[in-house]
Ligand binder design. Sequence first.
Ligand code: FES
Ligand code: FE
Length: 445
Amino acid sequence: MTQHQCQEEKVWFARTEQPSAATEGLVLKSPKTFRVHTRAYTDPAVFNAEMDRIFNKTWVFVAHESQIPHPGDFQTSYMGQQPIIVSRGLEGEVHVMVNRCVHRGAVICREHRGNVTDFNCPYHGWVYGLDGSLLAMSERREAGGYADDFDAPKGLHRVPRVEVYRGFVFACFDPEVKPLLEHLGRAKTVIDRKLDMSPVGQIEFVSRPYVGRYQGNWKFQAENIVDEYHFMHTHKGFVQLQAKYGQTTGDFDVHKGGSVKAMRKVRFAGVTWDCVNGHGLVETPSGEIDSYLGGEYKEFFQGIVDTHGGEMLASMTGKLSAAIFPNMGLIHNQVRVWRPIAPDMTEVTIYPYELKGAPAGYNEGMLRSQERFYGPAGHGQADDVEIFARNQQGLAGSAVEWLILERGVDTDTQDADGNYKGLTTSEAPQRALWREWDRLMNPKA
Ligand code: FES
Ligand code: FE
């Protein structure tokens, strides 16, 4: 094993409780400044504290119900670094359990998805029900088995709080956590608008997801999905491609603008939000709803106008994205999930979804458009993850201590609920993440 590998292992698997001093003073806030310390992205002690104080304490997105539609369906996932199983019981109820055998710790399920009647541990054969209850212990009384009064565990550890909003399953290890809708706050409006595009108000995860890893901190992805400042720069190549070829390469009307100048005008319209509880939003209504109402799918779009109004159609077909703290994003017709693996390693899963009841041609067009920008051979996601890795490499220059996140801090305005509204390229959505991060990481601060 090389020294490099040894160092990686040390970083990836050293999970020890750290003194709280490691997390204090890393976010500097004042009316005119907003700065984040390099260690918030690089320090293994900070990373370990994030797992305990954020991913074990707040709502984490774990699955969408359309991934487990039938009794016996399951999906494996993670809450921070804890492996979990999300399953559908015989009565249709959703269970979330730690994917760890209570005997001697083996992961019960290694498959990503499937359908089972029970969960059978591969090590010594203990059997668990769809709700995690212990159904059987193999050879219980044979060949040195357990005593009659053996205090058998009840089953897999169940995550104590599970709530579902419009098919989005969230779970939390803290039984005292606030209700999910309270946590979602204004971010709920983006979920609603995305789903209300469907004539029946539902989405389905039909296609296989794109899964990739990058060599950078998880918060780079959380910041970036609602970063309107970077697009014309990070995606310069895409912008030029779009200007030259436009629709002919399968954009499906998603990146409007045509020329670089026109695209800049589109990208720099709209507003951003720094929402209570850490959620960042981008809202740029489309200025071209007439083209939708006169186009190939006019009946579909007219149905949206009839039900929700023209203003909502403009919002839904414009740029509408969210970073829902701490691990889920909505952009385009996709749900994105990021999973922290190490301070400098993150896994991103992109689930393209379909609007249930929408024309098949519309859903297919949006899927092709996603492949074009986010897919393995796409133009956009590759640009972003390259930047995330560059960010991490750059932060090795620790002689420079602070990152600057105060763009727009002087023009943001606060509403009655405490949410800050910013101009399009304000770093308001990024500040949302860091406000909540600081609150959870330093609970007595
Ligand atoms: Fe699962 Fe032993 S570790 S049965
Ligand atoms: Fe990007």
